[in-house]
Design a binder for this molecule. Structure first.
Ligand SMILES: O=C(O)CCC(=O)C(=O)O
Ligand SMILES: [Fe+2]
Length: 675
């Protein structure tokens, strides 16, 4: 593969230090503060740049790895519509906007995807042609040694600290981020997430009601949220950086001075582009594994190999654990996204079953067992029927009653499960730690123990943790060290006191690993941090803050059962590296910005225009960093439209206006119509 070490203008990959972009909009700062306050990003990675990718229907971002001029972890927040993101070291371009890779992860609206470790540095990622318009904002911190010349840090973004955990019943930041990160991030001010003592309590979901509505309404609400801010919201990269991306070669990126980095539409090597084979399913149902962390706090989307048990027999199972704010979000979330954890990390119940590990609400939720004897936190559809009458039903799904009165409902969709929690009367709990009458006592018990015999302990103080690993449970970890939580199945490990949690759990540094059905293994960091992905040893160093999903057998299910364990995690054995998840290798990508050929990643624009599906092969360069040999067609042709749309050199207000148009679909109509 031909690798360009510089773009058309002679710029090397990475941050363009001499470039200047607009300052970060106020609303973005609000988001950043929450990302850090809620432990999604560590204080060492406070974003000082960002990219706003605006996708029209059919647009995509080819395989790439975010340049290392940006520190890890970094994250991306999704808006407007859900789409998939594909990870893998070998991502193929099967056609315009059609990429195939070992791991496909859905990005729900409002979710935050954190990339770290190998997930950010080894695996590539790409966004196949989106089904409908979508916007994502990628927040990254520039490496200090790569800061744009004359770069002046935003004073109000300095010294942001993670909010301290609140007490007992309050949810921990580590447990609240979620799909609703959007609503929380956009709908409340940081201070509102603190309790009277200045502790983190819970995000205030001002727009939670939106969650009960359809995407359009959500969009509307998003608009409102944005509008509420009254400032020039979104988009625009703060005069912090711009980056250039050459059309090929690993790691090209650039940043410039400002805060934003422009467009990021990295294309994959030419050889991967024009494949004749038709590719009907971008996201292989089986063989996808996903991990998502919505925040440094443990909101994770974890999916794994097509474990029928865990996915209700529908193939790929994914457990989506999103953080949300406890109260409001619970009642209102209906589209399956909601939270799951409790306030302190200890309260997270996590279960790692043969094929997946999944967070379980700390309040004691826990799971239900499916009829196949497989433990799953997810409420199976089967059980739904029988439990429906006794449980709170959210969007058609029953909500297990948690001890503290909260309930958790998870449902499974094609490829993933979503958890939805909601509040339920405390009377619905008995004193045994199980569930009782009221809402679903018997039914719940039935659901839980009917098959797998798994009874999940629910500590009254909601600080229990449950974990199941394979056939064994790795259980309860009470925050107070109490050993009450055990299923009695014999497969449990003794309760582990909170303080000793890491050491007692598994191999190493707090990771617990489970082997996926197809041989893939998964590792999770109980401390709740990130979610990394790939399996390469470097990234599995066991550093805090991320979960590692190792899935090595997507393409060769039968041959991936051999694992090589390395410090706390297993090494994938497949040669094709399909075990990688979430990485971003700057193989290069080619952004196509609305500003035109030379505008990609220039940092002038706060956003990037993903590559259009139709013009995939033509649209990939950013700053002209493409090679004629590799790119057929004229880039400018594909970008013309953007030029004409006047996205270039907009002043903040004008820029905002344009940006808002994309959000307020109700008022302004479909984005398409605005062209
Ligand atoms: O749109 C997304 O979710 C991903 C964007 C991305 O990969 C990037 O900005 O580098
Ligand atoms: Fe990226």
């Amino acid at each position: 593969m031909k690798v360009l070490l510089q773009d058309k203008n002679g710029n090397p990959p990475g941050i363009l230090r001499s470039e200047c972009v607009d300052p970060i909009p106020h609303l973005f700062k609000v988001i950043i503060k929450r990302l850090v306050g809620w432990h999604v990003l560590p204080p060492s990675c406070i974003p000082d740049s960002c990219i706003v990718n605006i996708y029209d229907e059919g647009d995509c971002i080819p395989p790439h790895i975010d340049n290392n001029d940006f520190v890890r972890p970094f994250c991306t927040v999704s808006f407007l519509s859900e789409c998939n993101i594909v990870f893998g070291s070998n991502l193929e371009i099967l056609g315009p906007g059609e990429f195939s890779g070992p791991v496909t992860i859905p990005l729900p609206i409002g979710s935050v995807l954190v990339l770290n470790g190998n997930g950010a540095d080894v695996a590539k990622h790409c966004v196949p042609a989106v089904p409908t318009k979508r916007i994502s904002i990628t927040f990254r911190k520039m490496n200090e040694s790569k800061l744009p010349l004359g770069f002046i840090p935003e004073s109000d973004l300095q010294g942001i600290e993670p909010l301290p955990y609140g007490e007992s019943r309050s949810l921990s930041p580590l447990t609240t981020l979620s799909h609703t990160i959007r609503q929380s991030i956009l709908g409340a001010s940081p201070s509102e997430n603190k309790n009277g003592r200045g502790h983190y309590s819970e995000p205030v979901p001002r727009v939670c009601q939106i969650e009960d509505e359809n995407s359009r309404n959500r969009t509307d609400n998003l608009s409102k949220s944005v509008s509420r801010d009254g400032t020039s919201h979104i988009i625009r990269e703060r005069g912090n950086c711009s980056e250039s991306v050459s059309s090929q070669g690993p790691s090209e990126i650039t940043t410039g001075r400002g805060t934003y980095i422009a467009p990021v539409s990295r294309a994959s090597p030419s050889e991967n582009r024009n494949r004749a084979e038709s590719y009907s399913e971008p996201a292989p149902r089986v063989g996808t594994s996903r991990i998502r962390r919505d925040g440094g706090n443990n909101s994770e989307l974890v999916s794994s190999e097509g474990l029928s048990e865990n996915s209700g027999g529908r193939g790929t199972f994914t457990s989506l654990v999103l953080r949300t704010s406890p109260s409001e979000n619970r009642e209102s979330r209906t589209d399956g996204y909601s939270k799951t954890f409790s306030r302190d990390s200890a309260s997270r119940n996590r279960r790692e079953r043969g094929n997946y590990s999944e967070p379980v609400s700390s309040e004691g939720s826990s799971g239900s067992t499916n009829e196949r004897g497989t433990y799953t936190t997810t409420v199976s559809r089967e059980s739904t029927l029988e439990n429906r009458g006794n449980r709170k039903v959210i969007d058609g799904y029953p909500a297990p009653v948690l001890r503290d009165g909260t309930s958790l409902v998870r449902r499974e969709r094609d490829n993933y499960s979503e958890s939805v929690s909601c509040e339920v009367p405390s009377e619905n709990k008995n004193g045994r730690g199980t569930y009782s009458e009221g809402l679903s006592g018997e039914t719940l018990l039935h659901s839980r123990n009917g098959t797998g015999g798994y009874s999940e302990p629910v500590l009254r103080n909601s600080t229990s943790r449950v974990r199941k690993e394979g056939s064994n449970y790795f259980e309860p970890v009470l925050s107070d060290g109490q050993p009450q939580n055990r299923s009695g199945r014999g497969a449990y490990t003794p309760p582990v006191s909170r303080s000793s949690l890491p050491e007692n759990r598994n191999w190493t540094r707090g990771y617990s690993e489970s082997v996926l059905r197809d041989g893939a293994s998964r590792i999770r960091n109980e401390r709740g941090s990130p979610v990394s992905s790939e399996v390469l040893s470097p990234n599995r160093s066991g550093r805090d803050g991320y979960t590692i999903l190792v899935s090595t057998s997507f393409e060769t299910p039968s041959g991936n059962r051999n694992r090589t364990r390395t410090v706390g995690y297993s090494e994938p054995s497949s040669r094709d590296c399909t075990s990688r998840l979430r990485g971003e290798i700057d193989n290069y990508s080619e952004p196509v910005s609305r500003e035109g050929p030379s505008g990609n990643r220039s940092g002038r624009g706060a956003y990037t225009k993903p590559v259009s599906r139709e013009g995939l092969s033509d649209n990939r360069n950013s700053r002209g960093s493409y090679s004629e040999q590799d790119w057929n067609g004229s880039p400018s042709e594909n970008r013309r439209g953007f030029h004409e749309r006047g996205y270039n050199h907009l002043d903040p207000n004008q820029f905002s206006q344009n940006f808002l148009q994309h959000f307020d679909l109700r008022r302004l109509g479909p984005l398409k119509e605005q062209k």
